[in-house]
Design a protein around this ligand. Structure first.
Ligand code: TYC
Length: 116
């Protein structure tokens, strides 16, 4: 979105000793850059229980049981699967939360992020 404003400089009575006012037209461009997006992925392994992965998807990615089960089975069958797409800091936080939670429960579950 563009904004525009006019500012008067050196106007009469500004204390600059008189002289005609000078109009300065300044164009501003509101920053509209969209943030880069990152996929958060779960990786398959042979040891993490399926039910734990479903729980992770419900707890950290706001999936209902049906969606969580579908994603978990996709990862189980294909080796990798998408949990969600987020801005950098949110994605980073999700990865840390999942990795900490898996470690606490001594499961080797791996969670990574990749730029879209
Ligand atoms: N392959 C695991 C099992 O058979 C289940 C699993 C699914 C593990 C998804 C990790 O990201 C994962 N118990």
């Amino acid at each position: 979105m563009r904004g525009r404003f006019v500012r008067m400089q050196d106007g009469e009575g500004d204390g600059d000793g008189g002289g005609r006012g000078t109009a300065v037209i300044t164009k501003t461009k509101t920053k509209t850059k969209k943030p880069s997006l990152y996929r958060v992925l779960l990786l398959n392994d042979d040891y993490t229980p399926m039910e734990f992965v479903v729980h992770v998807l419900e707890r950290f990615f706001q999936k209902d049981r049906e969606a969580a089960t579908r994603i978990m089975l996709h990862v189980h069958n294909h080796g990798v699967g998408e949990c969600g797409v987020y801005t950098f800091e949110v994605a980073e936080t999700k990865v840390s939360q999942v990795m900490d939670f898996a470690r606490q429960h001594q499961h080797p579950l791996q969670c990574v992020m990749e730029k879209k």
